[in-house]
Design a protein around this ligand. Structure first.
Ligand code: MLT
Length: 273
């Protein structure tokens, strides 16, 4: 099994998406961290939107269907006009989730990456440091070619997502010693292996510095927590008023004991680096 596992890492949305058996989409600061927190807190279906206008349209459609959607996301890291909430994972609480039947989310990079991955037809899962073990374990049930898609920033690689992808590749490589690493996966792994401390390295990313500058430093600490969540949101297609819609639902599979122990051990190693 080890020799047949392959890891692909796509470092930005400007790149071609190769054929894989499953995509793990990463936007650790902060879209996929928020998505995992939403499901950790008991949130309902989450509809990713490609733009703020698209999000407003989806939310209106859901309201007409009797839903009570939370409209959340960011432009330049703060809530767009007309949205209920911005994009801080620390704003996502059980109390908040209890007030809404579902959520609609639009962010600068993360929701776009999810929708791009959906077009490939491969299963799409949401990953970040918080659910790294559960996400990899779930991905391994989908096939042997594991794709990690970094949202990046405005079409360019981002240190934060590359570092998180490196953590994920490291967890896989620890478990599958003979696995094949495509070039992007090797680059991400080297970035991770060169970082002495995951959180400290994450804090040096351009977007982390910007978030810190505008008062969201605590979001970085939340995003840097490794393997603290079991939620693995998965993208599903559901019929909508104007045709099929993409929505995220809880896709948490029971961790297999073997997967659990080896992936968890390497994730823990990531924390103590
Ligand atoms: C993104 O999509 O680029 C991020 O979610 C931005 C953010 O949350 O600040």
């Amino acid at each position: 099994m080890s020799d047949s596992i392959e890891a692909e890492v796509v470092l930005s949305q400007s790149e071609h998406l190769p054929a894989v058996d499953v995509w793990l989409v990463v936007d650790i600061l902060r879209a996929t961290t928020v998505m995992v927190r939403w499901f950790e807190a008991g949130g309902g279906a989450l509809y990713p939107a490609k733009s703020t206008d698209d999000a407003l349209r989806i939310a209106r459609g859901l309201e007409e269907m009797g839903e009570t959607p939370l409209l959340m996301g960011e432009r330049n890291a703060v809530a767009p006009q007309g949205f209920d909430l911005g994009n801080s994972p620390l704003s996502i609480t059980r109390e908040l989730c209890g007030k809404y039947s579902c959520a609609v989310m639009a962010t600068t990079n993360g929701t776009k990456a999810l929708l791009k991955a959906a077009v490939t037809g491969a299963p799409v899962l949401v990953a970040c440091a918080r659910n790294v073990v559960a996400a990899l374990d779930r991905a391994l049930t989908k096939g042997r070619r594991i794709g990690i898609f970094c949202s990046g920033r405005e079409g360019r690689p981002a240190w934060d997502d590359t570092l998180c992808a490196g953590l994920m590749v490291s967890c896989l490589a620890e478990r599958f010693s003979g696995m094949h690493l495509a070039d992007g996966a090797r680059l991400a792994l080297l970035a991770y292996q060169g970082a002495r401390d995951f959180r400290a390295s994450l804090e040096t990313a351009d977007h982390a510095l910007f978030l810190k500058q505008i008062g969201f430093e605590d979001d970085i600490a939340c995003a840097a927590e490794i393997d603290v969540a079991q939620s693995v949101p998965g993208l599903h297609e559901i019929p909508g008023e104007d045709g099929p819609m993409a929505c995220l639902r809880e896709d948490c599979a029971p961790l297999t004991s073997e997967a659990h122990s080896s992936l968890r051990a390497s994730a823990a190693e990531g924390e103590s680096r």
